[in-house]
Design a protein around this ligand. Structure first.
Ligand SMILES: CC(C)(COP(=O)(O)OP(=O)(O)OC[C@H]1O[C@@H](n2cnc3c(N)ncnc32)[C@H](O)[C@@H]1OP(=O)(O)O)[C@@H](O)C(=O)NCCC(=O)NCCS
Length: 179
């Protein structure tokens, strides 16, 4: 468990299925993630199983974000696509319910995960992608130290429009120097 002031990160397990399903198909959330593809119970169960397999194989580390004050489920955060030779991985995060956005939970969860990547996994580079219109996420990533290193134009199609994807990265040296 990774423990902060506002949130704690606990390892993803099958028991989190209902919490995930409750908010996952909300269009307000979906447009910030992969798009409007719904996920049913069977597919989500399968996804959970493969995530757990990925953790066992040390390809990824998936956490559930819980509110520290009452243990409420807030969302998920993970490091995936780990390349142990290069010391690199990709980060993904989602606070599922819009009512919990903008309360500092995401920034703290990111900081906990980044510290874990550097100090427990000995990784040295984390990258992520974000839709260009997702200003809240971009601001959150910048606060944690991520820098933009590229743009893929009109890469993602959501509700009738193409949007740019921003690529961001964070290096351990820079992150620990700025801390
Ligand atoms: C992105 C996400 C993880 C951020 O977590 P969060 O808890 O909402 O973020 P925080 O409250 O820690 O920080 C948000 C920051 O963005 C700022 N912000 C909010 N809306 C903004 C906007 N429209 N434009 C610019 N900045 C904005 C806030 O002011 C805050 O910055 P500050 O601390 O300097 O004031 C969360 O909002 C989320 O999961 N959203 C839906 C799914 C998603 O977008 N996932 C990321 C996919 S790449």
């Amino acid at each position: 468990m990774l423990v902060g002031e506002l949130v704690r990160l606990v390892v993803l397990e099958q028991k989190h299925l209902d919490d995930i399903l409750r908010g996952w198909n909300n269009p307000e959330l979906r447009r910030f993630l992969g798009g409007m593809i719904p996920m049913g119970r069977e597919e989500e169960t399968e996804w959970l199983r493969s995530a757990i397999e990925g953790m066992k194989a040390r390809r990824e580390f998936d956490y559930v974000i819980e509110r520290s004050s009452d243990g409420a489920f807030l969302g998920g955060a993970s490091l995936h696509g780990i390349n142990w030779i290069s010391g690199s991985c990709t980060l993904g995060i989602a606070i599922h319910s819009p009512e919990n956005w903008g309360k500092g939970y995401g920034s703290e969860a990111m900081r906990l995960l980044v510290d874990y990547a550097w100090n427990s996994l000995n990784l040295r580079r984390i990258e992520l992608t974000v839709h260009a219109f997702n200003k809240r996420a971009i601001r959150t990533y910048q606060k944690v130290g991520f820098k933009e290193f590229g743009v893929a134009h009109k890469r993602i199609y959501i509700e009738g429009q193409y949007y740019d994807t921003i690529f961001m990265e964070l290096f351990r040296e820079a992150s620990q120097r700025d801390a």
